[in-house]
Design a protein around this ligand. Sequence first.
Ligand code: AMP
Length: 419
Amino acid sequence: MTTTPFEALQLAESLHRVLRELDYNEPSPIQALAIPLLLQGRDLLGCAQTGTGKTASFALPILHALSKSPGRNRPRSCRTLVLAPTRELAIQVGKSFSTYGKYVSFRQTLIYGGVGQVPQINAMRGGVDVLVATPGRLLDLIDQGHVDLSQVEFFVLDEVDRMLDMGFLRDVKRIVAMLPVKRQSLFFSATLAPNIVDLAQSILRNPAHVSIAPETTTAEKIAQQVCFVDRDSKRPLLEQLLRGQDAAKEQKLTIVFSRTKHGANKLAKSLCVAGFQADAIHGNKSQAQREKALDRFKKGLTPVLVATDVAARGVDVKDVGLVVNFDLPNEPEAYVHRIGRTARAGAEGRAVSFCSEDELEYLRDIEKIIRMPIPRWDSHEWHVAALAERHLRGSQNRSAPSGQQQRGQQRGNGGNRRR
Ligand code: AMP
């Protein structure tokens, strides 16, 4: 019998069984690189964004270790701690552990804010093998004596770039200071700006580096387009775009990104009025409302979801065929995160970005970090040729320095925030 590429990784049979059931035929690049290193007990610095299969790249080796050395859990303790920036991502990671660990006997719980803490305290009482948590609520429960980090064997920091963007640096440092020195640490970030590298160095011990470059994960699989439009034309253009998807009978789910919560609400309402099944998720909605909206989206009952960046974090929905940037993000890295919602794990995807006059600068920043011009789509009736021309001229002026120089500058100003 021939072995599959996954079987060559020599994970526990209980994991291979589930991988066969999930029809995962071969490891994604990050899995192929990271899993053997993690099985050897190495610390890892992984540069990869969502959609690359990074969750399995850490969940599988951790579940493998847990299945090989089932231990008794001490009260309030955890053997694995995964820190995630948002509750959506925490829930997603928790689901992945449950899925991949279907045939492994292990206990897991989630700790995140926005919901009552009593069930979380109760779940921690007997100790767990895997705890997935957001930093703020975790510290609350630690300070109240409900969680003890002294038994952590595996520590995962997921989406560190987001974590720092959201102001969690101090919380993360406080949490790290409570971990035992002897542990295996894994650190994942979509970008490696200098402050992120500094943090990694303070947490990891002789780490292996694994990098899945954004170029291969975004540019190649996702058909990207930019439309130059007046702000007022964005709505009719979106409606036309959504109708086009319908007409193509693609039955694909669409996520529309809005920069503000208010904008997301307004847009979802106007889409409903125009006859689309749409809903909005953003930080002002309760956890229950967000989960319900996501569930209906996943089932295709409301195939158009209008979201803000934070709300869409960790949303892992197969079959998202189209991502629309109704507003361009003012942080260029967010573009990569947003379009990573489509074309997940080998599927084909399309990302269409609307750019109005006030957003030209954002577009230039985005094209700088993805290191390619986004092809323009100008055959629609609202195309503003003058804007496209201005963008082209701006890009040409900026491309005066050599490519090497530009890349150096890019690294230097990894933060590049404008708020
Ligand atoms: P992630 O980057 O961890 O958010 O994973 C993105 C998606 O890829 C998830 O829907 C996973 O279920 C899926 N996935 C992860 N690894 C594989 C694999 N080796 N083969 C097929 N799908 C995968």
